[in-house]
Ligand binder design. Structure first.
Ligand code: ADP
Length: 248
């Protein structure tokens, strides 16, 4: 397997940027997609009646598809921005894992995915925003289930302590990620999913959140075998010690 540690430094403020951009482009896109019913009419019948060309059909189809993708992106950014309360508290990651496993159980069952957890009982607390950590876990779990949707499989969430850090791995037995895609995974808008399923924002949002916490995220994947994302987060005690050192 091919391990890549993605360096910190980009996208720290994606959350703040998200709402602004989404608001700006949401209205024009909504008009384009929702009120442009004539595109559907033209595609369904008008083109042939008017004797238009395949080229026009292709162009209109593009407008409809790309418009829909823009709308999904603005919706995802807006709901992310609305959900996020960045207030940091001292929290136990194991509790959040259990909450997300509960929330995801129905979707996992439908996809024939068995969910397993191996949670360390000596896990230190972390200093984090619960709603941000929820986003991190939900996005990782949803991606894992997507990767196993065709054939089912096993999703395993593991937590463990590594000295002053908390490690969490979300592993699946799904389709895996081709080597050529690994470097682009965390780029905003990189997606291999069709319109209606992917925006390419999940991992970049996670990246921004983990980066802000001085953590790290890495991925281990093999095509047709599965993928494991590992998140490393400093414990609350070491984050507080670091803050004190900075103030001195
Ligand atoms: P989205 O899920 O909207 O496509 P993400 O940023 O969450 O956006 O993911 C980007 C891409 O990374 C996905 O489209 C997929 O190709 C790949 N990916 C992420 N997680 C997994 C996984 N567990 N297994 C296989 N591919 C994955």
């Amino acid at each position: 397997m091919n391990e890549q540690v993605i360096e910190a430094g980009r996208l720290a403020s994606l959350g703040e940027l998200a709402a602004g951009i989404a608001h700006e482009i949401n209205n024009p896109v909504a008009i384009m997609v929702e009120e442009a019913g004539w595109i559907h009419d033209l595609l369904d019948e008008g083109l042939d009646k008017e004797g238009n060309t395949d080229e026009t059909r292709r162009a209109l189809t593009q407008i409809r598809t790309q418009g829909s993708r823009c709308r999904e992106i603005t919706h995802k950014l807006l709901s992310f921005a609305r959900m996020i309360d960045p207030t940091v508290v001292e929290m136990q990651l194991n509790d959040m894992v259990e909450e997300i496993v509960g929330l995801s159980s129905q979707r996992a069952r439908f996809a024939n995915v068995q969910v397993e957890t191996e949670l360390a009982d000596d896990l230190p607390t972390i200093a984090a925003s619960p709603s941000e950590m929820q986003q991190v876990l939900l996005n990782l779990v949803n991606n894992a289930v997507d990767a196993m949707e065709k054939e089912g499989g096993t999703l395993t969430i593991t937590t463990r302590r590594d000295r002053d850090d908390v490690l969490m791995t979300v592993a699946d037995t799904g389709c895996g990620i081709p080597r050529a895609n690994i470097q682009r995974l965390f780029d905003p808008f990189f997606t291999t999913k069709p319109v209606g399923k992917g925006t390419g924002l999940g991992l970049s949002i996670i990246y921004g959140i983990i980066n802000k916490m001085k953590g790290e995220i890495s991925v281990n994947s093999a095509v047709d075998m599965g993928t494991a994302f590992t998140v490393r987060i400093p414990s609350a005690a070491s984050a507080q010690a670091e803050e004190r050192r900075k103030k001195e």
